[in-house]
Design a protein. Structure first.
Length: 171
């Protein structure tokens, strides 16, 4: 792996019709923001080879929208282990599933994704401005991109917020 993309799912309904958190669907703005972020990644020349996606409905729907912006076919794995995973679980999932992929994208949930993004940014020596911006918030549909081979320190390449790129953004 030479690049890691972390993305929080798009804005989802507050309550699923089934009543369970796992089945909450994206709302219209969440679907639109996921599509915007897919387009932003494509315009930046960043295309995932492998998507590791929490098996929750809102993350699956987010990944589908992101992929619509890319011509190439990426491999997608839906993993229950990423549902509300902490940074250690995310790293373990990368170790278990990320071999052989150049660009790996994880679509998941807060607080684990936010904590991991901040941890990697600090490890990689991101500037105080970048670190403070990242520390401040990680709303729905946020995307952070690291250059990283898993051996050396990750390098923060991009931090994209939906609301800064024509989307609605979320909390």
């Amino acid at each position: 792996m030479d690049r890691l993309i972390l993305m929080r799912h798009g804005k989802a309904e507050r309550h699923a019709q089934s009543g369970g958190d796992f089945e909450r669907a994206l709302v219209d703005s969440g679907r639109a923001d996921a599509a915007v972020m897919g387009r932003i990644l494509a315009e930046a020349g960043i295309a995932p080879d492998l998507l590791l996606v929490s098996s929750a409905r809102r993350t699956r729907e987010t990944a589908e929208r992101v992929l619509m912006a890319h011509d190439q076919k990426a491999r997608v794995e839906h993993l229950r282990d990423l549902y509300h995973a902490d940074p250690e679980d995310i790293l373990q999932t990368l170790d278990d599933h990320g071999d052989g992929a150049g660009t790996v994208m994880v679509v998941g949930h807060n607080p684990g994704l936010h904590e991991m993004a901040l941890r990697l940014a600090v490890q990689g020596g991101a500037s105080p401005i970048q670190t403070n911006k990242l520390r401040g918030r990680f709303p729905t549909a946020t995307v952070v991109v690291f250059g990283w081979n898993g051996q050396s320190a990750p390098v923060l390449e991009h931090l994209f917020y939906a609301h800064e790129n024509g989307g609605a953004g979320g909390e």
